[in-house]
Design a protein around this ligand. Structure first.
Ligand code: SF4
Length: 456
């Protein structure tokens, strides 16, 4: 995250970006900041202080447009008090709504789509001349293959110990509940040389852990390089301690990728494998292209090699037409697989998606009741799994001081468990061996095993 002043700090303008949604949006925000730094902007956490405010929107949740408009309503007063303030709306809602945003909120200066964030300098130039801009054009596939241009990267920038790195954008799967193929377009894989170059820049700025991003990250393929080959190239980079990726599709998880978890030292023993439903009929209606049987085979691919690997998933309850029996199949899958973490959602329709047109939607009460049952079961599983970790030792990558506990540091294990380490003056970026001494519902407590960090 950029917070560093540009060269002309005294004349710099201030930008405040409000980010909604997934890691891909957070990544886009970082890229916007990188672009804007070259336009002599610095980041501010305060809206009141900003010369430019950008809402980087997300349309995964229900009624996302309404939320954007109510947020814009709050900015209206600010713009009235400070007419020189520029307001932009980017991200998935902007991609879908386009000019409609400028019509409904006339005080917005510009709207831009998910393919257009690198055109911010031109947009701002036009906005400064009093023009209203709506830039939501999708670029041709070949034009966006290098969809992240290289910017002069300054070592002094305050990049984190952990960083995201987008390797694909868009998705070709068209799951029946999902808007991503409409808002982010078809899948495009980035050139491997560009990914490696960006990884090197991050590492030289102090990043120890890189998480590769893509909507279907493991279907990556560019210039004859597939996902496993890309992982192998990244694993060879000096001083890269940890590598993760999100979000893979089960259909593209195969033996070769499972082997990589064993053979590549930097690839952490942790994987997110979205299941969505435990019922084969619902999976078909979701257009997920795997069955529960094949999902169990995929889990075995990982656990046969690494029994201790942590596994997280996404689940949707109350999908149109889901019967009690089919919901129980999801519960059975949860009890069998014993995920370390689940991201669970009540189904809600997204305009333009196939599932939104299905005739057999369930009531809110039924969906809420099912979600409650799922969460209670999962809470018990996580408690048991976390308690079983007490007494074991782990390598932790320190992220910084604990924000609530004095004299404590916070970090993550290779399995991605959040850990607070008591009485440890550790610095961000250090790797430390710890023993787990306590388990909370969402985190672990530990004491250092070594009196000095494993490496710095
Ligand atoms: S694979 Fe993921 S991003 Fe692609 S359509 Fe399905 S849910 Fe959406």
């Amino acid at each position: 995250m950029m917070k560093e002043n540009p060269e002309n700090a005294e004349t710099a303008k201030k930008v405040h970006i409000q980010t909604y949604g997934c890691q891909m949006n957070e990544y886009d925000t970082d890229k916007m900041l990188e672009v804007l730094r070259h336009e002599n902007y610095i980041q501010t956490d305060s809206r009141d202080d900003a010369d430019l405010i950008i809402l980087n929107t997300c349309s995964i949740r229900e009624k996302a447009e309404n939320k954007v408009y109510s947020e814009l309503g709050r900015l209206r007063k600010l713009k009235a008090e400070k007419p020189e303030l520029k307001i932009g709306v980017g991200g998935c809602v902007a991609q879908q709504e386009g000019k409609a945003i400028l019509r409904r909120a006339a005080y917005v200066d510009f709207v831009f789509g998910t393919d257009n964030l690198f055109e911010l300098p031109e947009m701002l130039e036009n906005v400064s001349k009093g023009r209203k801009i709506s830039q939501t054009e999708r670029h041709a596939r070949q034009k966006v293959r290098n969809f992240i241009p290289d910017y002069t990267f300054q070592k002094s920038q305050n990049f984190g110990v952990k960083a995201h790195l987008a390797i694909t954008k868009g998705c070709n799967n068209h799951c029946s509940f999902c808007v991503v193929p409409f808002t982010r377009g078809v899948e495009v894989s980035r050139e491997p040389e560009h990914i490696i170059a960006e990884a090197k820049r991050l590492i030289s700025a102090g990043t120890k852990e890189i998480c590769l991003l893509g909507q279907n990250v493991n279907s990556y393929k560019a210039n004859g390089t597939d996902f496993v080959e890309l992982l192998k190239s990244l694993d060879k980079l000096e001083n890269l301690e940890r590598l993760r990726f999100i979000s893979p599709h089960p259909k593209d998880f195969h033996e070769e990728l499972a082997d990589a978890f064993v053979t590549l030292p930097s690839l952490c023993e942790q994987m997110h494998l979205p299941l969505q439903s435990g019922s084969n009929r619902i999976l078909r209606r979701m257009r997920r292209w795997y069955t529960m049987e094949t999902f169990y085979e995929k889990v075995a691919l990982l656990r046969d090699r690494l029994p201790e690997a942590t596994l997280s998933t996404d689940l949707i309850v109350g999908f149109p037409g889901e019967t009690e029996e089919e919901f129980e199949m999801t519960m059975e899958a949860v009890r069998n697989v014993r995920f370390d973490l689940i991201y669970s959602f009540k189904y809600s329709p997204r305009p333009g998606t196939r599932a939104a047109e299905y005739p057999d939607h369930l009531t809110e009460n039924v969906k809420s009741e099912r979600l409650k049952i799922l969460l209670e079961t999962q809470e018990k599983i996580v408690r048991e799994k976390n308690e079983a970790l007490v007494g074991t030792s782990h390598e932790v990558l320190i992220e910084g001081k604990h924000h609530r506990k004095e004299n404590s540091a916070t970090g993550r294990t290779r399995g991605n468990h959040s850990v607070s380490i008591k009485n440890w003056e550790a610095k961000a970026g250090e790797l430390l061996t710890v023993r787990i001494t306590g388990a909370n519902p969402n985190s672990l407590v530990a004491e250092p095993l070594s009196t000095s960090p494993v490496s710095g």
